[in-house]
Write a protein that binds this ligand. Structure first.
Ligand code: MN
Length: 246
């Protein structure tokens, strides 16, 4: 099982969740929302060799935390392979902060480019065109993984053409629109995620092991057995890692 976008530190009981992830052998990318959260996040997963921490600054927090960009740059050498959660949020409540979000996003893209590239877990809600436009200006930034993509078909095609990957979760796959989008993505560009504890399934916060649900949804969508889905996802993950030499 692979959960490529999960906020482990934001569960009410992170240690218990981490213990279960370890027992189940799940690969987890633990994304962070602020540079200040980096050390705490790496500390709680010490010794878990299948859990990696990504360095992030969430677009919904950009206007409150932009002063942490210096800290972001300082920590970036420690985030050997992964950056996230970063991106832009264009829905109504965050529109007033569009300028500072863009400043933060571009700063990060520039720093990551200078640092040689990373795998990036990217938020793009109601801001897909802008996210893709900024990414296009930093072609050496690494591999963008658009998490919980919710754009339209044209935007999806553009993202695929630009080399983006996609992490998909049960909430996304449950919706007709989400499932239709996922169907258009090449099989070799897809990974699973939960976006727990924010994303929910049947009113409960998704847990990392709920990527199982996404595996079964993908099996339905792709019309292939679940074991094949699992093999596919694992080989995708391996390929993704090989794209960023570390
Ligand atoms: Mn998230």
């Amino acid at each position: 099982m692979i959960d490529l976008h999960c906020h482990l530190d934001l569960y009410p009981n992170p240690h218990e969740v981490i213990r279960q992830c370890r027992d189940l052998g799940i690969y987890v990318l633990s994304v962070t929302t602020t540079p200040q959260a980096w050390h705490g996040n790496t500390r709680i997963v010490e010794g878990c060799n299948r859990i990696r921490t990504a360095l992030g600054l969430h677009p919904q927090l950009a206007h409150e935390r932009y002063s942490e960009l210096d800290l972001f740059d300082e920590l970036l050498p420690l985030a050997i392979r992964y950056v996230g959660e970063i991106g832009l949020e264009g829905s109504r409540d965050w529109k007033p902060f569009a300028d500072i979000q863009i400043t933060v996003f571009r700063h990060i893209l520039q720093s990551v480019t200078k640092a040689g590239g990373r795998i990036l877990s990217i938020h793009s809600r109601a801001a897909v065109d802008a996210v893709l436009d900024h990414l296009a200006e930093y072609p050496q930034v690494g591999i963008p993984v658009l998490h919980w993509f919710s754009g339209n078909k044209t935007q999806l095609t553009k993202a695929i053409d630009m080399g983006c990957w996609f992490s998909v979760n049960p909430a996304m796959l449950r919706s007709k629109k989400g499932a239709l989008l996922v169907q258009q993505v090449p099989l070799d560009r897809i990974l699973t995620e939960t976006d727990g504890p924010f994303a929910k399934h049947n009113k409960n916060s998704l847990m990392p092991w709920d990527v199982k649900i996404a595996e079964s949804q993908l099996s339905q969508l792709w019309q292939i057995p679940e074991e094949e889905v699992v093999n596919r996802l694992h080989s995708n993950f391996k390929n993704l890692l090989n794209l960023i030499e570390k």
